[in-house]
Design a protein around this ligand. Structure first.
Ligand code: SAH
Length: 437
């Protein structure tokens, strides 16, 4: 989501001020930092990053420094109190106002702060999306109204708000016309999608999926992220009916203990989560399933941690993410007593990660000698004779091929599994298809 937002910041400033992107801070007229506050570590990095930019501003006082994203949303003007050389503070829902905020900062000596939540205004004021390669993100909803006790998102991004169905489909159609073949539908909880339709009806997420697949040229659909609490049977049916939906589902469980899930206020039990995963396996044999885990939620006992370890054995996860619980200011869990030491939490995280990594490597190894559909993204960075693409379960595959393959789906036989990627070889039928094309 943050990558998507950063791209949009670039797009609005390109449209309004004809600005070009540079990765070299010393060259920039405007320095923007997009920030994350999901865990404390991400937040700590903010002040060290802008501290480095201060030196640039000392040399060139006309340089404008802006801080956006969820840390900005949470801290507001306090950022400028601590770092007075920051000119603009803007939130995730006001990034479309950057052109005006920039003009204000340039033409007055005042520091500018806008971290409001002007609802759908943001989506309406962003420039037309430009395709960069065969894959694109499309934001369908934003914010979160679940209020899990550990999570800062509802406070920094606001409550759930969905884009109208027509707007989403128009954006996807435009991207498909520019050569996009794979769409990743984005939102904090995509399955909470409730988009207005022309006839005053409301489209839910499963209906949206049916509309997306009807767009000509879209042959692969992913979504990031969904929540187990609203993972309906209609969504599971959509996986049965829509082959373009990838054979991969990332559904964050956080914990395998009912007690911890209740304290997190997740809105589902362990067995309800397992039921969803079993239904997914039934409609999609061989599906790759992944998750997020929080270790060391306040008061987590050894047994409750072991419940999480047992859950991962029961489901059999592919590439997953795990984090040590980080208390976020203003969230209910930050008030809970916690008697588990950092040391114990680290040990638990290590144990979980080791097992998850093994499972990921098992999946990679099981792919060797199979034929996978790969969407080719372009020439490999490491070897100009090779191209690189991704499988349905999101693994990078490198193989010898012509750069002209970029943007096409090809069949690749997997020959080797490495820790972070796969190697493969184009299969004969794919080579024929390309020659006749
Ligand atoms: N909407 C998704 C979560 C997206 S945030 C959901 O509710 O499932 C990405 C991940 O960050 C979460 O799944 C969670 O594992 C982790 N996370 C969120 N808040 C955290 C916190 N306070 N401490 C540690 N990890 C956290």
């Amino acid at each position: 989501m943050n990558e998507y937002d950063s791209d949009k910041m670039r797009d609005v400033l390109q449209a309004s001020h004809a600005m070009e992107m540079t990765e070299i801070a010393e060259e920039a007229d405007v320095l923007l930092l997009n920030t994350c506050s999901i865990r404390e570590k991400a937040q700590e990095k903010v002040f060290s990053a802008i501290g480095r930019w201060r030196k640039i501003k000392n040399k060139r006082p006309d340089v404008i420094i802006g801080v956006g994203g969820c840390v900005a949303s949470q801290e507001g003007a306090a950022i400028q109190k601590r770092a007075p050389y920051v000119d603009i503070v803007f939130g995730p829902q006001t990034l479309h106002r950057l052109p005006e905020l920039l003009d204000q900062a340039r033409h007055s000596d005042k520091r500018v702060v806008d971290i409001s939540f002007p609802e759908i205004e943001k989506f309406d004021s962003l420039p037309e999306p430009r395709a960069e390669g065969p894959k694109a993100f499309v934001s369908i909803m934003e914010g979160c109204s679940k209020y899990c006790t550990f999570c800062v998102v509802p406070y920094t991004r606001g409550e759930e708000i969905s884009r109208p169905l027509n707007d989403v489909i128009k954006e996807i159609t435009s991207l498909a016309e520019q050569g996009v073949r794979e769409i990743n539908l984005l939102g904090q909880n995509v399955n909470a999608y409730r988009g207005d339709m022309d006839d005053r009806e409301i489209a839910d997420f499963s209906l949206l999926l049916h509309y997306v697949v009807a767009v000509e040229g879209i042959d692969r659909i992913r979504f990031t992220t969904s929540h187990p609490a609203e993972y309906t049977d209609e969504i599971i049916e959509a996986f049965a009916e829509i082959p373009e939906l990838v054979n991969h589902l990332h559904l964050p469980v956080q914990s395998g203990s009912d007690h911890i899930l209740a304290n997190m206020k997740r809105g589902y039990t362990r067995s309800e989560y397992l039921e969803i995963m079993n239904k997914m396996k039934a409609v999609r044999p061989g599906i790759s399933l992944s998750s997020d885990f929080i270790i060391g939620f306040p008061g987590e006992t050894e047994q409750e941690f072991e419940d999480t370890m047992a859950l991962i054995e029961e489901v059999g996860f592919d590439f997953s993410y795990s984090f040590i619980y980080s208390a976020r200011p203003g969230t209910p869990a930050a008030e809970l007593a916690d008697d588990v030491s950092e040391e114990v939490k680290k040990q638990r995280l290590k144990k979980l990660k080791t097992r998850l990594d093994e499972m990921t490597m098992d999946v990679s190894n099981s792919m060797v000698d199979t034929v996978q559909t790969v969407l080719v993204e372009g020439v490999s960075k490491k070897n100009p004779l090779q191209v690189t693409g991704r499988t349905e379960n999101n693994r990078v595959v490198n193989f010898t091929g012509h750069p002209r393959l970029a943007g096409q789906f090809v069949d690749v036989k997997i020959t080797e599994a490495l820790p972070n990627s796969l190697r493969g070889r184009l299969v004969e039928s794919s080579i024929q298809k390309i020659i006749t094309n």
